[in-house]
Design a protein around this ligand. Sequence first.
Ligand code: 9MR
Length: 380
Amino acid sequence: MKMNRRNFVLAASLAPLSACVKTQAISSAVKSSGLAEAYRDKFLVGAAVSTDTLMNSDVADQQLLKSEFNSITAENCQKWEEIHPELDRWNWEASDRFVKFGIENKQHVLGHTLVWHSQIPEHVFRDSDQNLASPGLLKSRMENHINTLVDRYKGKIDTWDVVNEIVSDDGYDKWRESDWYKIMGPEFFYHAFKTAHAADPKAELLYNDYNMHYKSKQVFLKRALSEALDRGVPIHGVGLQAHYMLGEPSIEEIERAIEVYAEMGLSVHITELDVDVLPAAFEYMGAEISTSFEYSDELNPYPNGLPEAVAEELATRYAELFKLFIKHKDSISRVTTWGTTDANSWKNNWPVKGRTNYPLLFDRSGNPKKAYHSVLGLVS
Ligand code: 9MR
């Protein structure tokens, strides 16, 4: 195998998988199947873990995570406002539990997310007079945040989502006017990766975003990522969030996105996969969580269960997606669903609060859905 950057990262990111396979082989008397096990020679199969699952010790959900997935991502507990709510105060409990859980279960552990414009306290961007912080002050706060977090889990967290969502939603062709960008310019992007790499040189470092299949976003990101890589910025891979719908985007669009980033020598991770089955509240299909729409019954057509025909459609959609991922298994290191069961999906509350959505592979009771069987059926 040619040892380019992607292969190196893939080898590094698959290393914990061999440990995981061993563990699963040992416990095969108890459990001989599971999605991750079925896909073990293709890519890691992961799920995001909610803080509820970690803190309330939701045993059923934890069991599902252990038996079906060999990779876990912290859904919320490591976001800046959660873990570092004040300049000198850290909340470690949920995050420590998350990392411990992954290590005990020999899973590939994903940290999420170090630098993001969202879910971050306003004071980070202010000086003591409440004016916009200087570039130097913000840089030192970023360093303190990344160093503290990455260092605490050095050698335990395998992969970090280092920076999330740098592209403007207006045209998808320029930098997002976030406080990070306003104060530091593109340097914020470069510096986050350099700082994370210095804190744990063995960790795999990702750039993570939604709508990575949009043409203009690809053009922008190709340029931004190339400029960073040319400067020696240690970016090892990209995360395609993959918040999809039943009919959109097309498989061809998703395939092109995988190819574009893989051609740059980057490892491709599918980081937040789910498939929304409810009527679109709007045409825009991103994941910018500040957007929301008012509830109406027309937007919530299946409060008492998913009709058989839609369950079939979902199963077909998942099968097509996984067929594509298998086709590109040499470029794809991991496929992670954003949650475990339909009960704990963010999609029940976004972009409309209080709907009953069915975007994942397990139903509200944790039972495998048709979609699960269609994905499993591709490899067994
Ligand atoms: O699923 C997450 C939800 O529970 C949170 O309320 C929300 C805000 O922190 O973030 C959701 O996860 C986001 C992820 O961290 C980044 N990509 C978009 C995801 C959906 O908004």
